[in-house]
Design a protein around this ligand. Structure first.
Ligand SMILES: [Zn+2]
Length: 383
């Protein structure tokens, strides 16, 4: 149980929510009087989302599904680990690239293979560990998209035959103007796991695992074959070959409409670069509409994961929050990758960051955002 949880806190939250509700009603009536469009704070799908086929299908835009037709609707989909798809104004951006065909034999399938991906305008890799970018070269070759990634991933994408004109190395601090949007980068820090806590968690899940002996053997074979290829090139003392401190990138996408989205695919501590970029955006009067941030602790300390995420959330101050790397779909991984509960995180937001609305996505569900109002629809029951 979390130390900060108490009945008094709960009561305070309830009172605060009560007050917020009456404010909301006041704003509602006022907006009605002056004929302004209502911002319903994501409670119900508005007519905008009702009319949008992309908001009513599980089929991703990158795999031949519909793109949003309304220029004010942005659609996000989650595919485990750090993988998200963004579809907006005719473009499909892939945030990380790691699909079912590359996942472990015991991972829960997300329903999407690398070979399914036929449309991508840009592939942005948060960091170059295999579970974030293994499928990027294949997808880029098929779609013609450029892959943006930190220096340690260069050898792999080259070895996979990705042409040089589709590789863009980023180190943090870049501002890249693209067609319809601008990308800013900051050097982030990868999650560090205390080996003792990690070992304790691994022991627990090994003991409680329901995997059969055959599944365990399959998993070991997959691990030996696949992972060693991607890890032996790491050298912590060489900035060109170190992912932890030199190859973890945080992206800020500012679309020409003004809508701004932050993306990070690991739950490391807040970096100086992230803070500087967030502060510069806020100092210019800029607003973060949506942030996708890592929510994970390798030793399964929910409190640690909550503290890391809330620190970042307070820095970026997004209107909407989506977690990443919290739902990896395989409980017996090479390293412990626990499933992280979002309820205690969102409850911590109530107390510490009450203006932020957290969303827990299911694989492939459409998360539709009205980029004018930040109103959203969560399509977790779309079939
Ligand atoms: Zn990683």
């Amino acid at each position: 149980m979390r130390a900060e949880f108490s009945l008094a806190n709960l009561r305070r939250n309830t009172e605060k929510n009560g007050k917020m509700k009456s404010h909301k009603w006041f704003a509602y009536i006022l907006a009605g009087l002056v004929g302004l469009p209502l911002a319903l704070h994501g409670q119900a799908p508005s007519a905008v989302f009702d009319k949008e086929p992309a908001c009513h299908t599980l089929k991703p835009a990158s795999a031949g599904g519909p793109l949003p037709q309304n220029p004010d609707v942005l659609v996000l989909r989650y595919f485990s680990y750090g993988n998200y798809e963004v579809a907006y104004r005719g473009k499909v951006l892939l945030l990380d690239a790691f699909y079912d065909n590359s996942r472990s034999p015991i991972a829960a399938p997300t329903g999407l293979k690398e070979s399914d991906i036929t449309k991508a305008d840009g592939i942005f890799i948060g960091h170059t560990h295999f579970d974030h970018y293994q499928d990027a070269p294949a997808v880029a070759k098929r779609t013609g998209a450029t892959v943006y990634l930190g220096p340690p991933g260069l050898a792999y994408v080259r070895a996979q035959g990705l042409p040089e004109n589709q590789i863009r190395i980023v180190r943090g601090g870049e501002t890249i103007k693209l067609n319809g949007y601008t990308v800013q980068t900051a050097l982030g820090i990868h999650m560090a796991t205390d080996p003792k806590k990690s070992a304790a968690y691994q022991e627990l899940i090994t003991k409680t695992s329901t995997a059969t002996e055959e599944q365990k053997k399959e998993q070991e074979a997959w691990k030996d074959k696949g992972m060693s290829n991607y890890l032996h090139t790491e050298d912590p003392l060489d900035p060109e070959r170190d992912t932890m401190y030199h190859g973890t990138i945080v992206y800020v996408f500012t679309f020409d409409s003004g809508f701004r989205l932050v993306y990070s695919d690991t739950a490391g501590v807040l970096s100086g670069g992230e803070r500087a970029l967030a502060d510069s955006i806020h100092a210019d009067g800029g607003k973060i509409d949506l942030a996708i941030l890592g929510y994970l602790d390798g030793g399964f300390s929910v409190n640690t994961a909550i503290r890391l995420a809330t620190t970042k959330v307070k820095t970026w101050q997004p209107s909407i929050f989506l977690p990443s790397h919290h739902h990896d779909g395989d409980l017996l991984y090479a390293w412990p990758m626990p499933e992280m509960p979002t309820a205690p995180l969102f409850e911590a937001f109530r107390e510490q960051a009450p203006d932020i609305r957290g969303i827990e996505p299911l694989y492939s569900s459409p998360i539709c955002v009205n980029t004018k109002t930040d109103e959203f629809f969560v399509g977790n029951y779309v079939r």
